[in-house]
Design a protein around this ligand. Structure first.
Ligand code: IFM
Length: 472
């Protein structure tokens, strides 16, 4: 292997870490918080690994000051966290609960006191259960409720949070929540997937409009997607068509209306057997296409697909968990082929080139829109050694490779403004419970003790120097 030289990041590059409310906070029944769809789902037998729930999680709700001190010790410049909707607005309707807002206000102040920029996400999958009982994201009113909630949080925190994200990975909310059912609320209804995707988009558009009316003029507002990096197994027309279909479902169903003001015609054709799309009303696409200030990109791995095999039952391994129900509505037969090479503990292939590709894609598609890598990281089976240390060289290698991929994109002209490692802490990894560890900081889920892994130290040095070390 040729020796790699050290490479510098742009001087004003924003370095951070990311988490999400249900994955770390715990205190599920404190401060007036009521159940979200993830509380209900995690209590449903068989849905989450070993019946784990977010009841305690990392107990960040009580330990947030220590967690902020840890971030400061690591020299992090930004922290991406999400607000638990039911902590702020328990029923998803009506006035806010002051205690809920105060928690996030104090958190933001604690960050600012430590010189860390707060980056707030409004929705990281924890829909109030009451709104799900009223129909959930497949129902239009949920979009309106989301905008109302965005306004409450915006009014309360607008003076101290400069970076705002409406949704995190709406693909997962719609396709895994209502299609394959591996995420909350666990429904398996093909048309609901498309309805949910539309109402998430609409909720984003309405929320951006509301936020613009309550936030200071210099607040920056964006959305975070997990766009698919979908490669065709061969150059054959059928395989390329399979890649086009999956790209439409994972990415363009969101970027179409969000960035360009309309749903792609091919997506509507592919799904014509599932829905007539009459839930899209005149004017909706214009509402969805609000000017935004940045696009957040979450990246973990690429996928490779091929044309449906006659008689085959659909995806072998689409990387989104196992279910008898395909999330790929209208394209259920597309085959996902396993990729060679290393894998993380999630079974996800390790291939950093996809991160360069996805950043360059958006840099070409929306050249004036700044990009942030709002999540990137890897789960490995970390263990604590006899000295109490956690050495995770695979994660260091993963991060090094992917940060090199970010630089490759920057050097080819992509306007990437920052990077948030997923995740600060080991946490509740959704249907995998506490069985998968993504943190750069180890959490002992018995004692809740935090131990920075060697990757945290490696990342801290990168943040300090702004230079990706060479391999020599
Ligand atoms: O843990 C999740 C996060 O909540 C959303 N993006 C992917 C991560 C790893 O699966």
């Amino acid at each position: 292997m040729p020796e790699e030289q050290p490479r510098a990041f742009p001087a004003d590059f924003l370095w951070g870490s990311a988490t999400a409310a249900y994955q770390i906070e715990g205190a599920a029944a404190e401060g007036g918080r009521t159940p979200s769809i993830w509380d209900t789902f995690s209590r449903t037998p068989g849905k989450v690994f070993e019946g784990h729930t977010g009841d305690v999680a990392c107990d960040h709700y009580h330990r947030w000051r220590d967690d902020l001190d840890l971030m400061a010790e690591l020299g992090l410049a930004a922290y991406r966290f999400s607000v638990s909707w039911t902590r702020v607005q328990p029923t998803g309707r009506g006035p806010a609960v002051q205690r809920g807002l105060d928690f996030y206000r104090e958190l933001a102040d604690g960050l600012l006191e430590r010189g860390i920029t707060p980056a707030l996400t409004l929705y990281h999958w924890d829909l109030p259960q009451e709104l799900e009982d009223a129909g959930g994201w497949p129902v239009r009113e949920t979009a309106e409720r989301f905008a109302e909630y965005a306004g409450l949080v915006g009014e309360a925190l607008g003076d101290r949070v400069p970076l705002w994200t409406t949704l995190n990975e709406p693909f997962c909310s719609a396709f895994l929540g209502y299609g394959s059912g591996v995420h909350a609320p666990g429904r398996t209804e093909p048309e609901s997937v498309l309805r949910a995707a539309h109402h998430l988009n609409l909720g984003h558009g309405l929320a951006v409009r509301t936020l613009r009316s309550v936030l200071p003029a210099d607040a920056r507002i964006g959305v975070t997607l997990n766009p698919g990096v979908v490669r065709a197994r061969t150059d054959a027309a059928e395989d390329r068509d399979a890649a086009r279909r999956i790209d439409a479902l994972q990415t363009r169903i969101f970027t179409g209306p969000l960035l360009h003001g309309s749903y792609p015609a091919d997506l509507r054709e592919d799904t014509a057997g599932v829905s007539d799309w009459s839930f899209v009303r005149d004017g909706d696409e214009a509402v969805i296409r609000q000017p935004i200030d940045f696009l957040g990109v979450n990246y973990y791995n690429p996928v490779e697909v091929a044309a449906p095999v006659p008689g085959a039952a659909g995806p072998r391994d689409d990387g989104h968990g196992s279910s008898a129900h395909s999330p790929w509505v209208g394209s259920e037969g597309v085959e996902f082929t396993p990729l060679p090479g290393g894998r993380t503990a999630m079974g996800w292939p390790i291939d950093a080139t996809g991160l360069t590709d996805v950043l360059l894609r958006f840099s070409r598609e929306v050249p004036d829109l700044p990009l942030y890598v709002t999540e990137n990281g890897a789960a490995f089976d970390d263990t604590v050694d006899a000295q109490g240390a956690v050495h995770d060289p695979e994660r260091v290698a993963y991060l090094r490779g992917h940060l090199g991929a970010v630089l490759d994109a920057v050097e080819q002209g992509a306007d990437v403004r920052g990077y948030f490692v997923w995740s600060l802490l080991d946490n509740f990894e959704w249907a995998y419970g506490y069985g998968k560890r993504f943190g750069v900081v180890h959490v002992d889920f018995e004692t809740l003790r935090r131990t920075p892994k060697s990757s945290a130290r490696w990342y801290a040095e990168l943040v300090r120097s702004g230079v990706l070390p060479g391999s020599g």
